[in-house]
Design a protein around this ligand. Structure first.
Ligand code: TYM
Length: 372
């Protein structure tokens, strides 16, 4: 249920119309300012579209990270996936951004697959099914194009020996009342889930173990994962580590009216495994910001601000300039929804065909990417 603000964001559910400014206050994070973007740009040369458009909009300690970097200290990246289904466009957003940061800052990346979390969280799901998705999702991760020399994937149930020594140090310092308050756990929550946050927190400190000295770690993800980092940051310095740094994105909406793109609503999500016909069908049936009739749309214009078709074109496929032009055209009634849908179908089909080729090739690279 959404709370009194009309929305709710946890690592497992996003409900209602998210007010990102309120969320920043509630979570105690900071908005990304133009000054901070200028500072990032000094190192990256250009700014990723997701930064320019403030799709990545919030952070914790990015200035501190850049201070260290400017002093010659390299940072690790850490991000992850809970393998309970196929990968959709929403998941690709933080990962393509992570790849950009990896390329620009020449960072090592740890990628965690929380198969344990998904087994524990979903009552009905078998470990066999989770293992199948773990493998399938690894293909997607590799297809994003991370540098194989500096990227390592950890599967919790397989690589737990690297995480467990850190996880118990974390678990010892976090009480039940804290995780209850932060994650909304209750008396009927299984005990696996209650201790799981320590497992997702562990890779924040693994870089320091690997390097043998405190090592900065940056986590790019949508803001739903922030509760994990809150508890991790509280105990990091007591454990002799740096606090992990975060950069948070908004949520990519689904093709329906119901908030973020989610595997639980497959008809409104575009998956990396969808074939051209499925893509065509889903986009053709998409919700838009359009008027009920063509005549009304020509007269009153439409609303791109609530339109997922406009969103995908803007964030994934178009330059800012063409997207701004589309915005004006849409608002003034010069553009009809079927035209934008058509453009999105035309952009998505070849993108997915290319991605699927890379996914196929990834089958030969899995071992190269796995943590030893
Ligand atoms: P998971 O599998 O729910 O999501 C994987 C990543 O995708 C982001 N995400 C989205 N981003 C934009 N729009 C959406 N509609 C959307 N849906 C999901 C999530 O924020 C996440 O970055 N417990 C985690 C796995 C994990 C992890 C991590 C994630 C382990 N360690 C470190 C980020 C960073 C999970 O189940 O993510």
């Amino acid at each position: 249920m959404p709370d009194q603000d009309g929305f709710k964001v946890t690592p497992w559910t996003v409900e209602g119309e998210v007010d990102y400014n309120k969320l920043v206050q509630e979570f105690g994070t900071q908005l990304i300012t133009d000054e901070l973007l200028e500072r990032i740009k000094k190192h990256t040369g250009d700014l990723h579209q997701f930064l320019r458009l403030k799709y990545f909009f919030s952070h914790r300690d990015l200035n501190w990270l850049l201070d260290r970097y400017e002093n010659g200290e390299k940072f690790y990246l850490y991000t992850g996936r809970g393998p309970s289904g196929s990968i959709h466009f929403g998941h690709l957003m933080p990962w393509t951004f992570t790849k950009y940061i990896q390329d620009k800052f020449d960072s090592k990346l740890l990628f965690q697959l929380t198969d344990d979390e998904k087994f524990l969280y979903h009552d009905e799901t078998s470990m066999d099914k989770i293992s199948k998705y773990t493998y399938e999702n690894i293909l997607d991760i590799i297809a994003v194009g991370f540098n194989p020399k500096s990227t390592k994937i950890l599967i919790d149930t397989k690589h737990i020996r690297h995480l467990y020594p850190i996880a118990i140090e974390i678990a010892k310092r976090v009480t039940y009342s804290t995780v209850k308050a932060v994650f909304g756990f209750h008396d009927s929550t299984n005990i696996g889930m209650i201790s799981f946050p320590a497992v997702q927190a562990s890779p924040c400190f693994l870089p320091s173990k690997i390097e043998g000295k405190p090592t900065p770690c940056l986590i790019p993800a949508a803001i739903d994962q922030d509760p994990y980092w809150r508890i991790t940051r509280d105990i990091a310095e007591k454990m002799g580590y740096y606090k992990p740094v975060q950069i948070h994105s908004k949520f990519l909406p689904g093709l329906g009216t119901n908030g973020k793109m989610s595997s639980s609503q497959p008809e409104t999500a575009i998956f990396t495994t969808d074939d051209p016909e499925q893509i065509q069908k889903k986009i053709s049936n998409s919700f838009t910001g359009g008027q009920p009739t063509v005549a009304l749309q020509r007269k009153l214009g439409a609303n791109p601000d609530i339109c997922p078709v406009f969103w995908y074109l803007r964030y994934m496929f178009e330059s800012e300039k063409s997207s701004d032009e589309r915005y004006i055209q849409c608002k003034s009634g010069g553009l009809l929804c079927h035209e934008c849908k058509h453009d999105l179908i035309d952009a998505t089909k070849p993108y997915m065909i290319e991605f699927q080729k890379k996914r196929e090739k990834a089958k030969d690279q899995v071992n190269e990417f796995l943590f030893e």
